[in-house]
Design a protein around this ligand. Sequence first.
Ligand code: PGA
Length: 252
Amino acid sequence: MRRPLIVGNWKLHKTLGETLELVNAIKTGSENSTEVDIAVAPVFTALSVARATLAESRVGLAAQNCYPEKQGAFTGEVSPALLKDIGCLFVILGHSERRQLFGEDGAFINRKVHAVIKEGLVAILCIGETLAQREAGTTFDILATQLREGLQKISAEDMKQVVIAYEPVWAIGTGKTATPEQAEEVHAFIRSLLASTFDAGVAQSTRILYGGSVKPDNVDNLMAQPDLDGALVGGASLKSADFLRIINFQKS
Ligand code: PGA
């Protein structure tokens, strides 16, 4: 069975002081949430502070991005090796903000997926269609392309270190969530792609998260869908009460 995974993507938010406050609240509030895997992704500069607080907790550390080289003349970049060194378990890759605002393409994201796996970390590979693509009826084509590009030359064995996050771009930060049925339709499609790309075992064991305006009031219905294995949470992960409610979802 796939264990649910809830990841808080803090994006460009929180000072060191605010990070400490939030991780402390999440650490304490999640002590009894034993049925779910939890991670938070603070900004790079706050990873070390978050790590110190979360070391003995149920909450794992995630990074929001990385560069696909170990070290070298890459000014301004951070490698998976350094993220591992600081205690990260997960790295979010291919987020639509990286694709749209920073021009990341499928080949570059694929290099990052390889680099993260090689370092022994888990890659959270984000894919998702824009509103225009959904309205043009190309959602499945777009997702198939992003998945194929992102997982180029990734083996079935490597897939143990990959989580997929379906994040419809039109639902990110907009308050518009995909309906549980819309999300389930896409998740089932992604799982079928994993079966045809790899095998039934990989399709059944790979966690597929949903992201895009996940909130305390919609998480229960989303998580009730059979192919939703968790959530990548942006805005609602910045408030401890909201994030803790999401972690403690009740399938309805
Ligand atoms: P949101 O962000 O929950 O604020 O929509 C999700 C994400 O970008 O991962």
